[in-house]
Design a binder for this molecule. Structure first.
Ligand code: GMT
Length: 386
């Protein structure tokens, strides 16, 4: 298979869309493709040790007239420049707003040169931002005019079709995990950073936005420690972090909760945990839960959005109904105190992550999308989605 030159556009933050874009870029580069990453800062998970990965930081100049400096236009200009200079074959954008719009603009600018645009929908670009009246029409335009649209779960595909009235043309390509990097720890070195005793370690990783309901993690934890000794490790940063700290204080468990802030190398931290708590209001996929599973950490999450596509309830994790969320602490305590069940589910979580969400299979799926678009190109523009 000949190598391609691929432009990848993503947010650089700790959010899942930036992580997947970066990990996909790395996977494609390992297969010999040339990757050009565009973002307003270096993506959190990016290391530039591979000569086939090029980072293009987009700079937005300010001008007294610009109350809101137009990032999307600066991105489009930079993209157009690199598409021409490096002769890119296609552009793959992660998160529709504003990335797809910028890519579609470049497609127009460079016409009649062909430039297939692939959009991967990650979740809040549809469920929150996309439905906001300020962005809904441009989001629909972005989806309809992309040459291919992929969605990270069947749940998100259905949501997108319902919200935007699209009939077809969207492919579900799930997220994935690098199971060589995310794996159970064989000695207890990391674990001993959090606990020297026999107590269990619980973990939560998120951007602490309202949708994650991180305060519920602290509340569940307070119920757990009434049943069994435990430590809670909270990783990430965001609007609800101080509310979590205050809740831990109020519930008298502050000395058992460690707030680590944003961390890049979570693969070194996750293996220290026994269970991973994610009581989100919804998740289109729940990449953090998948990464925990790959480390043999049992996820306990809400039965929301695409999470049931990732976790097999009772087998490799536990899905809690939303009206049972107040019992999450008891559910976790029952799990932690049943060693045989915890070990069985931990092994199943690792096996499930490796077998069902391995990186290679998913990278191949994206490659197939690229190939089918490029095969269409000589005959004219590929058929638009929807
Ligand atoms: O809200 C976040 O967690 C960030 C957001 C993003 O776009 O970066 O995450 C979404 O995309 C991830 C990667 O595909 C999914 O694993 C998350 O479930 C999804 N978040 C939500 O749906 C809330």
């Amino acid at each position: 298979m000949s190598s391609l030159k691929i432009g990848v556009v993503c947010y650089p933050t700790f959010g899942g869309s930036g992580v997947i874009a970066t990990e996909l870029g790395k996977g494609l580069a390992e297969r010999g493709h040339e990757i050009h990453l565009f973002s307003y800062a270096p993506p959190a998970r990016l290391d530039l040790f591979d000569a086939r990965i090029h980072l293009h930081e987009v700079e937005v100049s300010s001008y007294p007239l610009f109350k809101y400096p137009p990032y999307d236009l600066a991105l489009a200009s930079r993209l157009a420049e690199v598409v021409e200079d490096a002769n890119l074959d296609l552009v793959h954008v992660h998160y529709a707003i504003p990335h797809t719009i910028a890519a579609l603009l470049v497609k127009d600018i460079l016409a009649p040169r062909s430039l297939p645009v692939v959009t991967t929908l990650h979740g809040t670009d549809i469920t929150v931002v996309g439905q906001d009246p300020s962005y809904k029409r441009v989001t629909r335009y972005a989806i309809r005019n992309s040459d291919a649209v992929t969605s990270v779960s069947a749940y998100l595909k259905k949501q997108t079709q319902e919200v935007f009235g699209l009939e077809n043309g969207m492919v579900v390509i799930p997220n994935f995990v690098d199971s060589q990097r995310f794996k159970p720890e064989t000695e207890s070195r990391i674990r001993s950073c959090f606990t020297r005793g026999p107590e269990k370690v619980l973990m939560h990783i998120s951007n602490f936005r309202a949708v994650k309901r991180a305060v519920l993690v602290v509340e569940a934890f307070a119920d757990v420690v009434r049943e069994t000794p435990a430590t809670l490790v909270m990783i990430g940063d965001g609007p609800d972090r101080s509310a979590c700290e205050a809740r831990a204080q109020a519930l008298g468990v502050k000395d058992r909760v460690r707030f680590l802030g944003a961390q890049t190398d979570v693969e070194h931290l996750l293996p220290a945990a026994d269970a991973f708590l994610l009581p989100s209001e919804y998740e289109s996929f729940g990449l953090a839960a998948l990464e925990a599973m790959a480390c043999g950490v049992v996820p306990v999450t809400t039965r929301a959005g695409g999470l049931p596509e990732v976790i097999r309830d009772g087998e490799d994790g536990i899905l809690v109904e939303d009206d049972e969320i107040a019992s999450m602490g008891r559910i976790v305590a029952d799990l932690l105190t049943d060693t045989e069940r915890l070990e069985r589910m931990s092994a199943a979580a690792r096996a499930g992550a490796v077998d069902r969400f391995g990186r290679d299979a998913v990278v191949s799926q994206y490659e197939s999308v690229y190939r089918s678009l490029l095969a269409d190109t000589p005959q004219g523009e590929p058929a638009p989605v929807g």
